[in-house]
Design a protein around this ligand. Structure first.
Ligand code: CP
Ligand code: NVA
Length: 301
């Protein structure tokens, strides 16, 4: 459901395994522990990266990805989530869900007899963080003790970065406008490790990594104009990056809106690692699926 479902040791092992699986795949080593297994993929919101990475990932592991959308299943016609979870998990071996309400996902997982993966809710996007930390490790080594600055909305990505700060042991500065803070309870729990700094230039001082996201997330399309006004001082541009460490990396989960939350100069520039970040979704999620399959007894180590 979130990064908090694993211990810090398990998460670091998962990142190492993801890097190893990427190398193995690129050197032509094929292992198919998911042969004849099915990953059901429920998408109640749009996706490019998540769908392609999970579907490709399960194929690389020898299994099959089954795409399910509310438009052409009973999920969109009001079948209770508890019933759907029981039925789908009686046939599929693992389930990936992208939905709106995090509580609905938890309810789904409660009634599923197989592992359920959060592929984004309104509150968290943990799979993205696995890829993001993996990308940092590949480029710079361990993220422990580093400083990360989040610029923009206190949204699902921001809250996942907060969990990551706790689990991977780094400092997180959040530059967001008033009224767009992350969950206050989460913020209170992370007092000292996570800090809101409204001034974007101050927030990026000393940062080893700067990350941002769209100003209006999926489901907030009606607020686009309001948000463009609220976030106008929260753009990651060259002058902001100049205030971070000289070798600071730039990340964005994508899709991006150039000249809104980030300038083309930054996202297409030398500090940006967004394409590695997107590609790493594939390998990080293969490591996640393998770990869940081992932990649940589906495959042996
Ligand atoms: N970053 C991410 O999750 O992208 P998609 O919405 O395209 O899956
Ligand atoms: N915060 C964005 C992330 C997209 C991957 C959204 O929820 O739309």
């Amino acid at each position: 459901m979130t990064l908090m479902d694993f211990s810090p040791i398990e998460l670091n092992q998962l990142i190492e395994r993801a890097i190893q699986m990427k190398q193995e795949w690129k050197s032509g080593i094929i292992t198919q522990p998911f042969k004849q297994r099915t990953l059901a993929m429920i998408f109640e919101k749009s996706s490019t990266r998540t769908r392609v990475s999970f579907e490709t990932g399960i194929t690389q592991l020898g299994g099959h990805g089954l795409f399910l959308s509310p438009r052409d299943t009973q999920l969109g016609r009001g079948e209770p989530v508890e019933d759907s979870a029981r039925v789908i998990s009686s046939m599929a071996d693992m389930i990936m869900v992208r939905t709106f309400d995090h509580k609905q996902l938890e309810r789904f997982a409660e009634f599923s007899s197989v592992p359920v993966i959060n592929a984004l809710t309104d509150d968290f996007h943990p799979c993205q963080l696995l890829a993001d930390v993996m990308t940092f490790v590949e480029h710079r080594g361990s993220i422990a003790g580093k400083t990360v600055t989040w610029v923009g909305d206190g949204n699902n990505m921001c809250q996942s970065w907060m969990n990551a700060a706790r689990q991977f042991d780094f400092k997180l500065n959040i530059a967001c406008p008033e009224g767009y803070d992350p969950d206050s309870k989460l913020l209170a729990e992370l007092n000292g490790r996570v800090e809101i700094i409204r001034d974007i230039k101050k927030a990026v001082e000393g940062a080893d990594l700067v990350s941002t996201d769209v100003w209006a997330s999926m489901g907030q399309e009606d607020e686009q104009a309001l948000r463009v006004a609220a976030f106008k001082h929260y753009q990651v541009n060259a002058s902001v990056m100049n205030n971070a460490q000289e070798d600071a990396l730039f990340m964005h989960c994508l899709p991006a809106h150039r000249e809104e939350e980030v300038t083309a100069e930054v996202i297409d520039g030398p500090q940006s690692v967004v394409w590695d970040e997107a590609e790493n979704r594939l390998h990080a999620q293969k490591a996640l699926m393998e770990t869940l399959a081992i932990n649940s007894g589906l495959i042996s180590q």
